[in-house]
Design a protein around this ligand. Structure first.
Ligand SMILES: [Zn+2]
Length: 249
């Protein structure tokens, strides 16, 4: 048997680039680390079968490494190692990172509500057939009225350009799952010393190297040392405690 080396390419199209330098917005940096999390999942994977390698995991767990690596783009100790002012060369100020984090958490509950609405729309549109046909705009309007704090604006049809409704097909909820898993892993495994050998080794040997060849509940149990809750189908149920604490909800 021969090990096949993985090859991963991140193809990025960042704004503000020219041929000599690139100045990234922080949201670009966050996206880069998100995609880098997917890349590491594939690069560090060591499974017997290629079909279980890297990102080839069950959907409930697929976005967890990427959401976990987003945390690195918000960690001052890590950012100061490579971010520099474009003209003075000074590292990013700690106060600035603190302010950015405060701004991020300012509307955290609204953002969470928005993600829950997206997942509900996705589940409803891909759910049981209705007895009589309905247009999707009225489905979206009703869900918005029932589950969010803001109103549907008549005559708008934003969901028609929300491509995740097609590509995820009833799986959009996995983003919320990933946010919960990533918040728990960051707090319990990474936050204290994100760049230590111990943290890196734990992420590699207990998580990323298994790809889709190990039950995600067992991966979580090995990493955080407590029992992940399973539903009746053997799937995992995320614990929102760490995410809620982080968002100050
Ligand atoms: Zn992703």
């Amino acid at each position: 048997m021969e090990y096949q080396l993985p090859i991963v390419a991140l193809v990025c199209n960042f704004s503000g680039s020219n041929f000599t330098s690139v100045m990234l917005h922080h949201s670009d940096v966050e996206t880069l680390f998100h995609e880098f999390g997917h890349a590491l999942h594939s690069l560090l994977s060591r499974t017997d079968y290629q079909h279980f390698s890297g990102t080839r995991v069950i959907l409930d767990f697929a976005e967890t490494p990427s959401n976990l690596f987003e945390y690195y783009s918000w960690d001052y100790g890590f950012l100061r190692k490579f971010t520099k002012h474009y003209s003075t060369g000074d590292p990013i100020p700690e106060e600035l990172v603190k302010s950015m984090l405060e701004a991020k958490n300012m509307f955290a509950a609204t953002e969470l509500q928005r993600q829950i609405l997206y997942a509900l729309i996705d589940q409803t549109l891909h759910g049981a057939q209705l007895s009589s046909p309905r247009d999707t705009s009225s489905v979206v309007a009703d869900l918005r009225t029932e589950h969010t704090s803001w109103k549907y604006v008549e005559g708008t049809h934003w969901h028609t350009r929300f491509t995740h409704l097609v590509t995820y097909g009833a799986g959009y909820y996995s983003y919320l799952y990933a946010k919960c898993f990533a918040a728990t892993l960051w707090k319990k495994v990474c936050q204290k010393d994100p760049l230590s050998l111990a943290t890196g080794s734990a992420l590699r040997t207990k998580f990323l190297q298994h790809g889709g060849a190990k039950d995600p509940a067992d991966i979580l149990n090995d990493l955080i040392g407590s029992d992940a809750i399973r539903n009746q189908n053997g799937g995992i149920i995320p614990d929102i405690t760490c995410l809620a604490e982080e968002m100050k909800l």
